[in-house]
Design a protein around this ligand. Structure first.
Ligand code: ME8
Length: 640
């Protein structure tokens, strides 16, 4: 029996990151399955969102002189906007700073604490601030954090712990007994390898004195929740209370889809948390592989981050969606190159699929004035084509269970190729020459168009925009979502008499000269500037009023580790400005210094104090250096 509810999630991405093709990859992959299931008539819930608490957010907000909440309210939009551009059909977008999420986190903490699943203990260990993780002595890599290689601090403090260790054997059995639970199989073995060592309890709190930006523990206000314990709960907080979740029919999730980097947190932390809460683990955690760019890890410092907005502008959204899922088997690592993308666009999309559509619609116009004819005959070639279509549909349905996107697309392309060959073999241009041939031509043209209709439905989850346009060209107005997979269960759904409509090519070929130009542009240093859809015009820049100012007074803001309150003379007036620089500067060293102020920034309150501007500074791994001048420019002078 067909399951009638389906729940799929992506990781919730760190709100600080600029979204790149890695984030787009997971989200597109989840979107394709969600769209496919909807076409099968299943009720789908597809969730994505942003992870908004923790040290890095607090630090970044401080650096720009705004509150963490203001910071995340602004930054999460970049993900939302990209998902709209990429035609992501998520049903909801969860942010961990929303009350609906925080409430469930608090309820779960309270419940686990009251059941002694969470306990207080003293702890001594090495702490990596950027990664927000504790390490034991033996975990360290030459004295540094084994994950980011940065320096760690020895910390001794009281904290709260979740009794994760006691679920070790249960988890091992669960993984071994359910081959579908963790996929691909190679990743499952990695998790089992990890579980060969004793599983320790999980520290789920951070003292507020060190990190304030988190969900306070309901049973001890001096602590906030560890960001991973908070974040993982997003997958269920969307459905309400624990009772609501059980009643929703959307738990356990069908797929928690993640990248391989965060498999352990999901397979181990998340599964044991759910066990303690009394919920089933997800039916499947799928950890896909990692994209590199020309063999290198994507990173801002290497200036090689592939920015999806730029790709969409250049190639169109469906080309990106197709390429990412066709190029690399889901689960394996892949290397991104613009050249490979252009290659796929030209061969698979322009030459094979695009050409099939063009020639079919052109011949339909030429021989039948664009009116789809009634098929008249049924020969062996026709039978072979319809059988191929049936076989492809059946196999695609099976391959979705394995999330084998590249195989699904390969299979669908078998139908593209078979249809092109069908046209070549039957030769409509010859059939049109004789009366007998013209009868046969009706069937050939009908079948070619019908095959394209089947392709339109099958490809819709991958290329939602182009397939709607393909359908319109065939004279079908109803959206594919309404037609569903059931519309291709039988051959012959295309109505004779439909009026085809010639339109511009779906996937124009990129000729060699143009390709060379695109590649040069994309690989030149300009890329970084064009990058992330963030360019501004000179007029926009000029809106920012930068002025020199002399610091008259400076004092630390009580209860804040970072903020210093300044009085700054900007020539025309004295401004009160808060700056997150106290870890790098003493107040007395600041008085008399000339700084650069953003003078037309809307005033904002930080810790109850109004800040009437912002001081410019460089921030390098938490080390703040104020921007200044090599000669004294005087107060209130414009900076450009
Ligand atoms: O880890 N190749 O968020 P994150 C493939 N907030 N996928 C990539 C990728 C790449 N180069 N780079 C990123 C977090 N991804 C946590 C998750 S969930 C409760 C909390 C994708 O912003 C991939 O899905 O670092 C990876 O797992 C995820 O982005 C990490 O996103």
């Amino acid at each position: 029996m067909q399951q009638n509810k389906f729940y799929i999630t992506t990781p919730i991405y760190y709100v600080n990151d600029v979204p790149h093709i890695g984030h787009a990859y997971t989200t597109i992959a989840a979107d394709v399955v969600a769209r496919y299931k909807r076409l099968e008539g299943v009720e789908v819930f597809f969730l994505t969102g942003t992870d908004e608490h923790g040290q890095k957010v607090q630090q970044a907000a401080n650096d720009v002189g705004v509150s963490p909440q203001e910071h995340v309210d602004k930054l999460h939009q970049r993900f939302k906007e990209l998902w709209v551009r990429l035609n992501i059909s998520n049903n909801d977008f969860i942010r961990t700073t929303e009350e609906r999420h925080k409430k469930l986190v608090r309820d779960i903490l309270q419940e686990l604490h009251s059941r002694d699943e969470i306990y207080r203990d003293s702890y001594e260990g090495w702490y990596c601030t950027p990664c927000e993780r504790f390490w034991t002595e033996k975990d360290l890599a030459e004295g540094n954090c084994p994950e980011c290689q940065r320096k760690v601090d020895k910390i001794k403090e009281h904290n709260y712990f979740f009794r994760m260790g006691k679920y070790q054997q249960w988890l091992i059995d669960r993984i071994k007994n359910d081959p579908h639970f963790i996929l691909p199989a190679s990743r499952k073995n990695e998790v089992l390898g990890f579980l060969e060592k004793p599983l320790e309890d999980l520290c789920i709190s951070r003292p507020k004195s060190r990190l304030a930006w988190g969900i306070p523990l309901p049973f001890d206000g001096d602590y906030v929740t560890y960001v991973w314990f908070d974040a993982l709960i997003n997958y269920i907080s969307i459905h309400g209370s624990l009772d609501d979740i059980k009643a929703s029919g959307f738990w356990p999730a069908d797929h928690n889809m993640v990248g391989k980097d965060i498999l352990t947190t999901h397979a181990v932390y998340w599964s044991t948390m759910l066990k303690a809460i009394g919920l089933e683990p997800p039916k499947n955690i799928f950890a896909h592989g990692w994209w590199t760019v020309n063999g290198q890890k994507m990173s801002k410092s290497l200036q090689n981050v592939v920015e999806p907005n730029q790709l969409i502008d250049q190639f169109g959204v469906d080309v990106i969606r197709y390429f990412l899922l066709r190029e690399v088997p889901f689960g394996q690592d892949g290397d991104f190159s613009h050249k490979a993308l252009i290659g796929r666009l030209n061969s698979d999309l322009a030459n094979n699929l695009g050409n099939l559509l063009n020639r079919t619609v052109n011949m339909m116009e030429k021989y039948f004035a664009g009116v789809v004819p009634t098929p008249a005959t049924n020969g062996p070639e026709d039978k072979a084509l319809t059988e191929k279509s049936g076989e492809v549909i059946a196999e695609v349905r099976i391959l979705y269970n394995e999330l084998a996107y590249n195989k699904i697309l390969q299979k669908i392309w078998e139908l593209v190729d078979t249809t092109n060959q069908y046209i070549d073999k039957t030769g409509p241009w010859n059939l049109a020459k004789t009366d007998e041939g013209k009868e046969r031509l009706k069937t050939v043209m009908y079948n070619s168009a019908e095959s394209l209709r089947v392709l339109g439905v099958l490809l819709n989850p991958f290329m939602p925009q182009s397939t709607e346009s393909l359908m319109k060209q065939l004279g079908i107005e109803a959206p594919i979502a309404e037609q569903g997979m059931k519309s291709i269960n039988q051959w012959g759904g295309l109505k004779p008499g439909s009026q085809t409509q010639k339109a511009k090519q779906l996937f124009p070929r990129i000729e060699d000269k143009q390709a060379a130009q695109i590649l040069t542009e994309l690989s030149s240093p300009k890329e970084e500037k064009k990058d992330n859809g963030n360019q501004i015009t000179i007029d926009e820049f000029m809106k920012v009023e930068l002025r020199t100012g002399k610091i008259l007074e400076a004092e630390k803001v009580k209860k804040s580790k970072k903020l210093i309150q300044l009085k700054v003379d900007i020539g025309t007036e004295t401004r009160q400005v808060l700056a997150g620089i106290s870890e790098s500067y003493e107040p007395e060293d600041l008085v008399g210094r000339t700084v650069i102020i953003v003078a037309n920034l809307k005033p904002a309150k930080l810790m109850g104090i109004e800040s009437q501007g912002m001081v410019l500074a460089a921030s390098n791994d938490g080390n703040i250096i104020l921007a200044g001048f090599d000669q004294e420019p005087g107060q209130g002078v414009q900076v450009r």
